[in-house]
Design a binder for this molecule. Structure first.
Ligand SMILES: *[C@@H]1O[C@H](CO)[C@@H](O)[C@H](O)[C@H]1NC(C)=O
Ligand SMILES: *[C@@H]1O[C@H](CO)[C@@H](O)[C@H](O)[C@H]1NC(C)=O
Ligand SMILES: *[C@@H]1O[C@H](CO)[C@@H](O)[C@H](O)[C@H]1NC(C)=O
Ligand SMILES: *[C@@H]1O[C@H](CO)[C@@H](O)[C@H](O)[C@H]1NC(C)=O
Ligand SMILES: *[C@@H]1O[C@H](CO)[C@@H](O)[C@H](O)[C@H]1NC(C)=O
Length: 331
C-alpha cells in the first residue's frame, strides 16, 4: 500500500501532469499537521484565524514523496486580514545559523493557484497558464499570495517562535487581488535585491509588537512560478542592516524557513499547489559556545539545547507570522 503510494509520487514528479489522487500520504485540516517539527518537512494548514469565518475551511493534502501539497480553502468572510497561512517548513541540521555563517541558501519551489478544486491536482507549473488562473481568481474576489517566510532573532531559541522572534523576512513570489504587505502603505521601500533573474523591492517596518519585518516583493506582478535561487544576497542585506534601524541584532540567527500562501478571502474554493520544494543550505550552524554576545540590546544570546527548541516549536507551531497579524491593524 505504502509502496504503491511512493511509486505514485515518483511518477507524478517525472511525468509532470500525471498524479493519481490516491497518492496522498494524508489530508490535514485547520490546525492539524503532517509530520513532526524535527522532520525534514512538516506541513501545516495553519488556520490561525478561522474562528472569524465559521463557514470557511482549509484542508491540505500532502504528497511527501514528490514532495508536494494541494491546499483547498474557502474564506468568504472578508475580515481584511489573513485567515490562514498554509505552509511547508523545511528543516536542516545547520539551522539555526547565524547570518554571518550562512554561505548559501538555495531555495526551490514550483507553485500555482487555481479557482475551484482541480481534479486531478495540477502538477504542471507553467508561467503561461498563470495569467488565466489569476484572472479567474480575481473574478471571484480572491486575495492571496505565495511567499517564503523566515524568522530570525539575536537569541537562538527565539528563532523557533514566530510570535517572539525579533525579525520576520518574507519573500513574495506572487499575489492575487492586491494584498497588503507591511510597509506598503507608508511606501517604506528601503532597498532592492536581485535573486538570480528576479528583482525584488525590499520594504521594512516595525509591526505592532515592535518586531522588524522585511518584505521582499517581486517587481514583476506576473508571479514567479518556478523559483530556484540562492537567497544569500537578501540575508546579506539584512546582516548589513541599514544603520537607521534601531535595536537590531548585529548578527541574528536564522531559524525557521517556510513556504506557503497567505489567504485573505475568496468567493469560492481556491486551491494552492506547491511542489518540488527543496533547501540546499551551506551554513556553519551552531557550535557550542558561540552563543555569546552579538545582539543589539546586548542581552539576547541563544542559550538552549535542541530539546528546548523542540518544546518551543510545539507550543508555537500554529502561531501567526507576525507580518500577518499586522494586516489586522493596517489593512
Ligand atoms: C512524530 O513523533 C511521534 C513521537 O515521537 C511518532 O510517534 C510519530 O510517528 C511521528 N510522526 C511522524 C509523521 O513522523
Ligand atoms: C470545495 O472544496 C470542498 C473540500 O475540498 C469539496 O468538498 C467541494 O466539493 C468543493 N466544491 C467545489 C465546487 O469544488
Ligand atoms: C529600487 O529600484 C528602482 C528601480 O527598479 C528604483 O527606482 C528605486 O529607487 C530603488 N529603490 C531603492 C530604495 O534602492
Ligand atoms: C464558499 O463558502 C461560502 C460561504 O460559506 C458558500 O456560500 C459557498 O458555497 C462556498 N463555496 C464552495 C465552492 O464551497
Ligand atoms: C533566549 O530565549 C529564551 C526563550 O524565550 C529565554 O528563555 C532565554 O532566557 C533567552 N536568553 C537570553 C540570554 O536572553
Amino acid at each position: 500500500m505504502k509502496n504503491s503510494q511512493l511509486v505514485g509520487g515518483g511518477i507524478a514528479m517525472f511525468a509532470g501532469a500525471v498524479f493519481a489522487q490516491g497518492s496522498y500520504d494524508a489530508t490535514v485540516c485547520d490546525e492539524q499537521r503532517f509530520g513532526n517539527f524535527t522532520d525534514p518537512r512538516v506541513y501545516l494548514p495553519n488556520a490561525w484565524n478561522d474562528e472569524k469565518d465559521e463557514d470557511g475551511f482549509i484542508c491540505m493534502s500532502v504528497d511527501n514523496s514528490t514532495p508536494a501539497f494541494d491546499v483547498t480553502w474557502n474564506w468568504s468572510t472578508d475580515i481584511e486580514d489573513v485567515h490562514s497561512f498554509p505552509y511547508v517548513r523545511l528543516n536542516d541540521d545547520n539551522l539555526p545559523t547565524r547570518l554571518s555563517g550562512l554561505h548559501e541558501i538555495k531555495l526551490k519551489v514550483d507553485w500555482t493557484m487555481n479557482y475551484g478544486t482541480p481534479s486531478p491536482p495540477v502538477r504542471s507549473f507553467r508561467q503561461s497558464s498563470w495569467d488565466d488562473s489569476r484572472e479567474e481568481l480575481e473574478e471571484h474576489n480572491v486575495q492571496s499570495n505565495a511567499a517564503w517566510d523566515f524568522f530570525l532573532d539575536g537569541n537562538r531559541t527565539r528563532t523557533y517562535n514566530p510570535v517572539d522572534a525579533d525579525i520576520e523576512v518574507m519573500v513574495w513570489l506572487g499575489r492575487v487581488g492586491d494584498p497588503y504587505w507591511l510597509g506598503r502603505a507608508d511606501n517604506k521601500h528601503i532597498g532592492n535585491v536581485t535573486l538570480g533573474d528576479y528583482d525584488f523591492g525590499i520594504y521594512y517596518d516595525l509591526n505592532f509588537r515592535d518586531r522588524h519585518v522585511f518584505s521582499a516583493i517581486a517587481e514583476s506582478t506576473t508571479g514567479i512560478l518556478n523559483f530556484d535561487e540562492d537567497l544569500k544576497p537578501l540575508f546579506d542585506y539584512i546582516l548589513e542592516n541599514p544603520e537607521d534601524i534601531e535595536d537590531f541584532p548585529e548578527d541574528p540567527w536564522l531559524g525557521i524557513v517556510e513556504f506557503g500562501s497567505e489567504t485573505w478571502r475568496s468567493g469560492g474554493n481556491v486551491t494552492f499547489t506547491a511542489a518540488n520544494f527543496n533547501m540546499d543550505l551551506d551554513a556553519d550552524g551552531h557550535t557550542p559556545g558561540d552563543d555569546e554576545g552579538s545582539s543589539g540590546g546586548g542581552t539576547s544570546n541563544g542559550d538552549d539545547d535542541s530539546a528546548a527548541a523542540v518544546t518551543a516549536l510545539s507550543a508555537f507551531g500554529f502561531a501567526a507570522p507576525v507580518a500577518i497579524m499586522m494586516g489586522a491593524v493596517f489593512a
